[in-house]
Design a protein around this ligand. Sequence first.
Ligand SMILES: Cc1cc2nc3c(=O)[nH]c(=O)nc-3n(C[C@H](O)[C@H](O)[C@H](O)COP(=O)(O)OP(=O)(O)OC[C@H]3O[C@@H](n4cnc5c(N)ncnc54)[C@H](O)[C@@H]3O)c2cc1C
Length: 503
Amino acid sequence: MKIVVIGSGLGGLSIATMLARIGHEVVVLEQQARVGGCLQSFQRGDAHFETGMHYIGSAAPGEPLHRLLTALGVLPAVRLSPLYRDAYDIVRLGGEEYCFANGREAFLDGMLRHFPDARQALDAYVQTLDEVSAASSIDRLFGSATDEGQAAAILARYQAVSTDAMLDSLCADHPRLAAVLAGRLPLIAARRGRTPYLLHAFITSFYESSAWRIAGGSSQIAHALVQQIAQAGGQVLTRCRVTAITADSHGVTGVQTADGRHFVADHVIADCHPAVTLQLVAAGGSSMLRPAFVHRIASLEQTPACFVAYVTFRRNTVPYMPSNLFAYAGASPWQCEEYVADEWPKGYLFMPMCDADGQRYMRSAMLLSYMKWSDVAPWADTRTGHRGEAYEAFKTERADRLLEAFGHDRPDLRQHIEAVWTSTPLTYRDYNSTPFGAMYGTAPDCRLGVAARVPIRWRLPGLLQTGQCVNSHGILGTLIGAIQTALHIPSAREPLARMFGVE
Ligand SMILES: Cc1cc2nc3c(=O)[nH]c(=O)nc-3n(C[C@H](O)[C@H](O)[C@H](O)COP(=O)(O)OP(=O)(O)OC[C@H]3O[C@@H](n4cnc5c(N)ncnc54)[C@H](O)[C@@H]3O)c2cc1C
């Protein structure tokens, strides 16, 4: 079959790899000059920075992500560097620091040092992580498990309760522990009362066993996938913006691009944000999508957006830090996305970049804090590099505030910062077309249930949606979403099961 994939993010490149390998004629169309979407890394002088893939989990041999990346031909080509096992993540709350260690026993030991009376709560907590990780295993995607009903019930149960409600109930006698366990909120851009506990448990168990940086930059993952697609006879075209998904009365017929070309297709797979997919269908003139569906997808809330300061440290001054720091001004990690101007930043995430496994000094890192769209709305109609002086002044002022907060917590590191660049929600909106620059696309909401979900199969035959909005964001969530989407292609199940080693 002829398959067109719109967008070369992780979702688009991975599904293209799968489908090209099993014999389909695949072309990926990317609007930008570079492939990868959020997998793009960039250079400033000799320093490298990530845009959207800073660290990954479960990538030791035998672990789920290792298995997927190996099957897709990304590993061992891409080099990984382990984070510090005893403190891969550090949560700083109310002036105290709590370390998250890899490995179940080490994690529990670490937490029990701070909360010696919380054994029962911690045991109950890790049991929920185990339930979620078993229920969302790769093998289950292929329907090979016998206890399918039980797994579905577990996923439904944790999908229906919010992260904060579940943590508060598990840690009823230990509110500070609940705050610490929630403390890596930017990983899921969690909102109080809304973000399902399922997402918290899925992402937490993903990092629990092992955590890694991609040495030299995550764009290597994109390049490895492009190579796999080419080897399987597929194509990836850049600077090729899709402007319409064309259709007749039977379903999709292909896509139209900004340079006037028409690509014929039996299936169109959209890795772009679903709001973009809606626009492309409308531009193609199809009326097969029901107005209520169009309205629902167009009205979905988006995850919060962020401001990022990309910093370099003076050469050979600061030892490389194989950890991430999640820091908060107050004693709660919640609601940092809601602030009045003077309060910003209520929290930040500090992540050093890794150039090579075993590196001694830290050359570059990034500081990320939530930012409201309304802060940058005055420049919404401008484009990158042409937003004017007021915007530059705004960014400088915000970078100063972020660095001040960081300097308060880590004066030893702050004093060695050499240079600073910044990005805002506008930057993300313009480089991957995500509405309002939302970090992880549409926002899951436990109160709305399936009404907050983006389906893979749309009512226009031949059109499938993939990417971070269909399953969950992040490297594992997006890859699982790509497999779920690929399974909608007729006769794909068996060859894909073989590709991923499912019996
Ligand atoms: C700041 C930040 C930090 C993150 N950190 C991590 C992390 O440390 N670990 C982790 O696992 N995950 C992380 N993530 C999440 C992860 O990067 C994403 O979930 C994942 O990469 C999304 O992939 P995608 O394919 O769905 O979308 P995208 O990467 O957004 O790709 C979509 C692509 O579609 C293209 N496109 C859009 N419209 C068109 C069109 N009309 N025609 C052609 N092309 C089009 C875009 O240009 C883009 O290349 C982070 C995300 C952000 C924003």
